[in-house]
Design a protein around this ligand. Structure first.
Ligand code: AMP
Ligand code: GLY
Length: 423
């Protein structure tokens, strides 16, 4: 069969690498893809938000299955447009992708269906938000309602900072229309875990857990980024935590969406915080995590095509999702200066060391093929993933493999997976 993947980051490279393992697949296309994806797929110069072009391309090429990796096209309704054209596509429709597209929607859903999350209020009037701030404890968390490249969350230590935050989001519109509404919520403390799942509208199957590192610098200092590295599984995701989430969070979310007339087919990403009072939902995403996919998918034993088709067809109850009994660590190689400003266009050396084995992967994020070779083309450039029999071995392997790659202004965190020493 012919498969089209929509997106251009490390996550889409990880999806493409999984798809390439399926014996059912003859040819992979990616729109728009990147230099690394181009080694296993044919990249087509169509942007992820160019819905008409994607639909035309899929029809012309008789694509059998499209997998949408990114949040923007999902929230914007690409799946609906492809389905309307009679195409087969994996991902939530627009009315279900709102689970990620509107934080106010997701908070109201959790409240209505008793899914544990931080206490909150939604606002579409800045004056009302400012008045509410007078009544809450600090620190407090402010969230722009819509998609904001993962940057629309402000943790405010003082009332003054929080007032400034409301103005930044709702009046200065720093995150654009995403700030027309906002959520103000209680600050929680605890360890964060990412749990990805496959969902077919009714049934949910949980993937192996992971932990992201969102801050730019070692010791969780510096600015928030798209993610500087991950490990999987999380040793903090214990059987007890799993049992709680199975009972109160996972199926409850899928049932809530179905009850609201918004059946969810695709991947639900549960951003959880393990608080002293038990697990709480921090956020939902309607897609694989990036860079979570880079440590979870290489460990999945199932044929991804079978799982994805079961999600579309509503037959996920017949799938036994299985993961290897090992661990993986991904270290992101970024451009010095990310996430603020950085230079691009530096030649990348050493990529050939990753020879297609199942133990080491080099997932491309911001890269470009030029006549001189593959060059840096973004803030996050590569995600180096290695497996090991346990997390410590995987971490040592991943850091060893980061040495194989060189490019000017290469930057990485040196403490990805340090938390596992505390487990
Ligand atoms: P979100 O996009 O909602 O996951 O928020 C981004 C990050 O902000 C999370 O990964 C947490 O580190 C932090 N965060 C979000 N909500 C809260 C909260 N209620 N309490 C503490 N930290 C939070
Ligand atoms: N790694 C967090 C995300 O994909 O949103």
């Amino acid at each position: 069969m012919k498969v089209l993947i929509v997106g251009s980051g490390g996550r889409e490279h990880a999806i493409a690498a999984s798809v390439a393992k399926s014996p059912k697949v003859d040819k992979i296309y990616c729109a728009p893809g990147n230099a690394g994806i181009g080694q296993i797929a044919e990249c087509v110069p169509i942007g992820a938000m160019e819905f008409d072009k994607i639909v035309s391309f899929a029809k012309e090429q008789a694509i059998d299955l499209t997998i949408v990796g990114m949040d923007d096209p999902l929230v914007g309704g690409l799946v609906d447009e492809m389905e309307a054209a009679g195409l087969r596509v994996f991902g939530p429709r627009k009315n279900a992708a709102i689970l990620e597209g509107s934080k106010a929607f997701s908070k109201d859903l959790m409240k209505k269906y008793n899914i544990p999350t931080a206490a909150y209020e939604n606002f579409d009037d800045p004056q009302a938000a400012l008045a509410y701030l007078e009544t809450v404890k600090m620190p407090v968390v402010l969230k722009a309602d819509g998609l904001a490249l993962g940057k629309g969350v402000l943790i405010c230590q003082s009332l003054e900072e929080a007032r400034e935050g409301v103005r930044t989001i709702m009046e200065d519109k720093k995150f654009g229309a995403a700030g027309n509404r906002m959520v103000i919520e209680e600050f929680m403390t605890g360890r964060e875990v990412s749990v990805l799942s496959f969902v077919d509208g009714r049934t949910i199957r949980i993937m192996s857990s992971a932990q992201d590192h969102k801050r730019a610098q070692d010791g969780d200092r510096g600015l928030n980024t798209g993610g500087m590295g991950t490990f999987s599984p999380s040793p903090f995701y214990t059987e007890e935590v799993d049992a709680f989430c199975q009972e109160h969070i996972y199926q409850a979310t899928v049932d809530a969406m179905a009850a609201e007339g918004r059946p969810f087919h695709g991947v639900i990403f549960f951003g959880l915080m393990l608080t002293q009072d038990g697990p709480r939902v921090l956020e939902y995403n309607a897609r694989f995590g990036d860079p979570e996919a880079q440590v979870v998918l290489p460990r999945m034993k199932n044929d991804i095509i079978e799982v994805v088709e079961a999600c579309i067809d509503g037959t996920l109850d017949q799938i036994d999702l299985q993961f290897e009994d090992n661990a993986a660590v991904c270290v992101v190689l970024a451009s010095e200066g990310y996430p603020v400003s950085y230079e691009k266009g530096f030649l990348i050396n050493g990529l050939e060391r990753f020879d297609g084995s199942d133990e080491y992967y080099c997932f491309h994020a911001g890269t470009k093929q030029t006549e001189q070779g593959i060059v840096t083309n973004g803030g996050r450039v590569l995600g180096v993933t290695a497996k090991g029999k346990d997390l410590k071995e995987a971490r040592a392997n991943a850091y060893e493999a980061t040495k194989w790659i060189s490019f000017d202004n290469k930057y990485m965190r040196n403490d990805i997976g340090k938390a596992i020493d505390e487990a």
